[in-house]
Ligand binder design. Structure first.
Ligand SMILES: [Zn+2]
Length: 334
């Protein structure tokens, strides 16, 4: 299988995040990528396809914010990473504020997404890896893998959150449509609901979004991913959320997966994009499912059995010592 990764993706390395009430070392580290690359072997560097594919999803002002936030933060006299600490409530009127503190709140929804010096460059390169894998399957590869890091599925069109700055899966989906294909299905199997991806395509009938994740009644991102969220307008019925309780093992997970795959097959997509997170692993330090390494091969096989051209895009997974084996097991199913 072709594997895509850009060394610039290492440049994103924030120091700390606010987690469970304390500032702790940032969990989404470059070491995650090292672990995956060590298990998979050499990767191809993607060709740079520029900003145009990103602009199909993200508005210009949001990209400009990501590029300048760290510089503006330092210019305001601060040390360390740019991090939001004040957010406008939903009903607050829209204001065009220039102060970096206000912009960080305007363009984010949580406190786990600091911007370091290399964040823009790394997130941009991560999306380029996703585009390369997508182009490979459009050109006839049955499956391809992009080691997207930082991940993307919590990022909306104009806001960051949950370690995500640009939504690589959404950009990939728009690239498929721009290439003349009619329908794209997204299967998100990260432990956490892919709220950004859902939000971007909630009103769209040509992009099916299916997610299996921890019940947002107990787990991040709380405000999205409930079973009664099914899409709106032209997108009514094109969102399927399958929340599962903490402690879920592979047998329960496979039942939800069967439902997900049935829906995807009925949609008859031209391409499948799989947002794959290995944080469903039993040993993950921030998650609560009980999936074992060998289970990932079975899950991969079930998805591959759809027979759809599939680009697999990396999302979460924080048990670094097991991460390479978990990703390799999943890809072996293809
Ligand atoms: Zn996750």
């Amino acid at each position: 299988m072709r594997i895509f990764w850009d060394e610039r993706q290492r440049l994103h390395a924030p120091e700390k995040e606010l987690h469970n009430g304390a500032f702790v070392p940032f969990a989404e580290t470059p070491a995650r990528a090292d672990a995956i690359l060590a298990a998979l072997g050499p990767a191809e560097t993607p060709r740079d396809r520029g900003e145009a594919p990103l602009l199909r999803v993200h508005p210009r002002d949001y990209l400009d914010f990501l590029k300048t936030a760290h510089r503006d933060w330092r210019a305001a006299g601060r040390d360390g990473d740019a991090a939001g600490y004040v957010w406008p409530v939903v009903r607050r009127r829209a204001l065009r504020l220039e102060r970096i503190d206000a912009k960080l709140g305007r363009y984010s929804y949580d406190a786990s997404t600091p911007i370091a010096a290399g964040t823009w460059e790394a997130a941009y390169a991560s999306v380029q890896s996703a585009l390369a894998a997508t182009e490979a399957v459009l050109a006839g590869e049955p499956a391809a893998f992009a080691l997207c890091r930082p991940p993307g599925h919590h990022c909306g069109a104009d806001y960051m959150g949950g370690y995500c700055y640009l939504n690589a899966t959404a950009v990939a989906a728009e690239a498929v449509i721009a290439a003349g294909r009619r329908r794209v299905a997204i299967l998100d199997i990260d432990y956490h609901h892919g709220n950004g991806t859902q939000d971007i395509f909630y009103g769209r009938g040509d992009v099916l979004f299916v997610s299996i994740h921890a019940d947002p009644a107990t787990d991040y991102p709380f405000y999205w991913g409930h079973a009664d969220e099914t899409g709106e307008g032209a997108g009514e019925g094109a969102t399927l959320n399958l929340p599962l309780p903490r402690g879920t093992r592979v047998s329960e997970f496979e039942r939800a997966l069967a439902t997900a795959l049935e829906r995807i097959a009925a949609f008859e997509p031209d391409v499948l994009l799989c947002s794959y997170g290995a944080d469903t692993f039993a040993g993950d330090p921030i998650s609560f499912f009980k999936i074992e390494t060998a289970d990932y091969a079975v899950i991969g096989r079930r998805i591959a059995a759809l027979g759809l051209p599939t680009a697999i895009l990396m999302e979460g997974g924080y048990a670094v010592d097991a991460l390479g084996a978990n990703v390799a097991a999943f890809l072996s199913g293809f």
